[in-house]
Design a protein around this ligand. Structure first.
Ligand code: FUC
Length: 777
């Protein structure tokens, strides 16, 4: 306590804070997109579109976050629990490969699981195709195209394409409106009557197109995996012209001689019983009644209510004005020239969160909102062994707190089916979800023992739900999620078994996500008991449920029981003979020392069971673990490593990982090994496109600047050399419902301000010194 000084002086925002990031934030290019991974993602949390900016033919992939095939199913094997004693016995005896065979036989889901039509796929809504005809000037030799550029403004959530043909300037503006919930495209020409185009709708399958009056419609019904009568959707396109005329031709809208064209794309599905025909019509009617300028202004204002909460400036460099694709190429080579790149990538991550989810709807899936095909990689679903959780890691610190609620809703929906699964497989209380889920509430183990029996999915989700409380201190919210957390704790409480050698209580059977090991007999297995991640997650969950029960003044008996059980949960980390954190209860030889999952460091991030100050030996072992794991992998892995290094307070190493994740690539194959990076449109490449890398890196950049998991607010805990000279940030959030503004110069904080709804004393580490600071309202 000696170190703590009471800083009663209210540190006011000096002018320097006002300057935080004044330059507009944009992605821009000097050519149309040649592949989807160059197109610009727009979204309003439900509808999305990715225009490619083609000059003659433009393809705009459309999305609706609710558009899923498949249907609810009960794939529980209600006999599974009968095999449990034998599976557990085999594991306890070290006969894991035999246990794994038995898991494959009796302890996976019934049916094809994620490989079946009933599981479903998040998929594209289709594409809007626009064919443009540029009339030639009489006597001119041909078409001459100049001044092409396309861009995406992160400040306004508006994309633009501009070019000049034969002396006429053509401009397009696109946004997924946060106002009337439709996609809007505006085409203008500098010469009267110069716009001629044809507008079509299509989809790779399950669609019928027609025109009705001046409206173009696409209707379809997806496969539910039972009788083909799954989710229905309807997309409607209408236009408003200035000059020129509209006709319909072969299921397309044809526009001739217009000076301005407004294209409105409305869509809805019957997810949750929505009257999709009516909804798509009423939204469209409302949008069309409003002048474009008002729609646009409202859109910018509504989007801005989220986006403008955080400003960040990490310095400017010579490269920051370059087209984004060129800039990315440069950044990988000489990143020191472009400190603004990290700020852009951070704000792009925030942009993607705001664009891909909204309160009351669904959380971002593996591709956020932006699937370009029917067969989306990994079904575009929700993976629970890192991916969907990572999608939400930046949400609180990046001041977008309410956008965590869709995940909480999804998780609430898993409780009922998860109770059936807990009974069927473990004869246990509470609820469990394993490693994958969909919008239909799947909680059963996956279809293969090697990855499908991970026990920690539900516990991990509960950590995300808890973090929203930790950041907001919102007791009403805590009350609403308490039954979810409690149900998850009840599951582990009743399903944990005693390891006879150590006396510890552990999960069994389980896996350390997707990883395998050598048994002493030389065979390999995935299935084990008490993998480290499970132990860490159970520890964290029990601790949080104990805390919640105190805060809500409830469940005294359960609290006592959990407190007792907690004493028998294995420690947050066991150090292996090689000085690393052991991934399993046994110090098994690894089959793949560079495996992409680094699940056993869960206690370092997102949890704070391992910290350099409180558990220095474990932190050192974590560091060694990361050294052996290496710095490559699919992009989400790289992002996770960035976060780990930030938590280990190694800013330069974290920055190196940031550089790795920003490595330009155009690979689109399905990758499980080295080779993650970023596409020209700054979407993260596993490959293929997977949005977790974007979100993980966004969380990582924040974690380099601000941490708050250790009982105090730590300013600049892992600042890399590249951002040292000067920088400032306003609006980041810290646990305890604090908002943090700060500026620095030469790596030292020059001014900072901690805000909270009520003025409080809060511990803050500033330039290496712990202070007690009075927050301001
Ligand atoms: C997990 C990861 C893969 C990929 C997939 C969507 O299976 O191991 O790398 O991210 O999820």
């Amino acid at each position: 306590m000696k170190m703590i000084r009471l800083l009663l002086v209210v540190i006011c925002a000096l002018p320097v804070l006002v300057h935080a990031q004044t330059k507009p934030l944009k992605l821009h290019y000097s050519l149309p997109a040649r592949m989807w991974e160059e197109t610009l993602p727009l979204g309003n949390g439900r509808l999305g579109m990715t225009p490619d900016g083609g000059t003659h033919k433009e393809k705009i992939v459309l999305n609706d976050i609710t558009l899923w095939s498949g249907s609810p199913q009960d794939a529980n094997n209600y006999e599974a629990y009968k095999s449990l004693p034998e599976i557990r016995k085999l594991i306890m005896e070290g006969r894991n490969e035999e246990a794994q065979d038995l898991v494959n036989k009796n302890f996976v889901c019934l049916g094809p699981g994620s490989g079946g039509a009933r599981w479903g796929k998040y998929q594209t809504l289709g594409a809007l195709e626009i064919e443009y005809t540029h009339k030639l000037i009489p006597g001119s030799p041909g078409e001459e195209l100049y001044n092409y550029n396309r861009q995406l403004s992160l400040n306004e959530a508006i994309a633009k394409t501009n070019y000049t043909v034969n002396g006429t300037d053509f401009k397009r503006e696109y946004f997924s409106s946060f106002d009337d919930d439709v996609n809007v495209i505006r085409l203008t020409a500098s010469k009267a009557g110069a716009i001629n185009c044809k507008i079509k709708l299509s989809r790779p399958e399950r669609f019928a197109v027609k025109t009705e009056g001046g409206e173009l419609q696409m209707y379809g019904q997806l496969d539910n995996g039972i009788d083909g009568k799954g989710m229905q959707y309807l997309t409607r396109v209408r236009t408003k012209l200035t000059g020129g005329k509209l006709t319909t031709e072969d299921g397309a809208l044809k526009i001739e001689g217009a000076t301005e064209v407004l294209i409105y794309v409305s869509a809805a599905t019957d997810f949750r019983g929505v009257a999709f025909r009516e909804k798509s019509k009423s939204l469209l009617d409302a949008a069309m009644r409003k002048p474009y300028s008002l729609q646009k202004a409202n859109h910018i204002a509504k989007y801005g209510r989220f986006f403008n909460r955080v400003k960040i400036n990490l310095g400017e460099g010579a490269s920051s004005g370059l087209p984004t694709d060129t800039r990315l190429e440069k950044f990988y080579g000489s990143s020191a020239d472009d400190p603004a790149m990290a700020a852009l990538f951070f704000q792009f991550g925030r942009y993607l969160t705001i664009s891909s989810t909204r309160v009351g709807l669904l959380p971002p899936n593996l591709q956020g909102l932006w699937a370009k095909e029917i067969n989306t990689p990994w079904n575009g679903d929700y993976h629970l062994d890192v991916n969907v959780q990572m999608n939400h890691w930046p949400v609180e610190v990046a001041n977008l707190s309410e956008l965590n609620l869709p995940l909480a809703d999804l998780v609430k929906g898993l409780v009922k089916p998860g109770e059936k699964t807990a009974k069927a497989y473990y004869n246990a209380e509470g609820w469990i979800a394993h490693v994958i889920t969909n919008i239909w509430g799947f909680t059963e183990p996956g279809e293969s023992a090697s990855w499908g029996v991970a026990n920690a999915g539900s516990g991990w989700l509960c950590d995300n739900l808890w973090q929203h409380y930790a950041f907001t201190n919102d007791l009403a919210y805590l009350k609403s999620i308490y039954p979810v957390l409690k149900g998850s704790a009840l599951f582990y409480k009743s399903a944990l078994v005693k390891d006879t050698r150590t006396g510890w209580l552990v999960t069994s059977p389980s896996v350390s996500p997707e990883n395998s090991f050598f048994l002493p007999n030389g065979k390999t297995a995935n299935v084990s008991m008490g993998p480290t991640i499970d132990n860490q997650i159970v520890r964290e969950l029990f601790t949080n449920v104990i805390a919640a029960s105190k805060l809500l003044n409830t469940d005294l008996a359960l609290r006592k029981e959990l407190e007792e059980k907690l004493k028998l949960v294995p420690p947050p980390g066991i150090i292996s003979k090689s000085g690393r954190i052991q991934e399993w209860l046994e110090d098994y030889k690894e089959t793949d020392p560079q495996h992409r999952h680094i699940s056993h460091l869960w206690g370092l991030y997102p949890a704070s069971l391992i910290t350099p100050s409180r558990t220095p030996e474990l932190a050192e072992a974590a560091r060694k673990t990361l050294e052996v794991r290496g710095d490559d992998g699919p992009s989400w892995t790289i992002a996770y490593k960035l976060l780990f290094w930030a938590r280990l307070k190694d800013g330069d190493r974290a920055f190196k990982l940031l550089k790795e994740i920003l490595k330009p690539t155009s690979r689109t194959d399905i990758n499980y090994g080295a080779g993650g990076g970023v596409y020209p449109n700054m979407l993260s490449a596993g490959p293929p496109f997977q949005i977790d890398g974007n979100f993980g890196a966004t969380a990582g950049i924040a974690e380099m600047i601000l941490q708050s998991h250790d009982g105090f607010i730590d300013l600049l805990p892992a600042l890399p050399l590249a951002w040292k000279a000067n920088g400032n940030v306003t609006g980041l959030k810290a646990r305890g419902n604090y908002t943090v503004d700060m500026s620095w110069k030469n790596g030292k904080i020059t001014v900072f301000k901690i805000k909270s709804p009520v003025s409080k004393k809060v511990k803050v580490k500033v330039n290496g010194k712990m202070m007690l600071v009075q927050s301001v309202k």
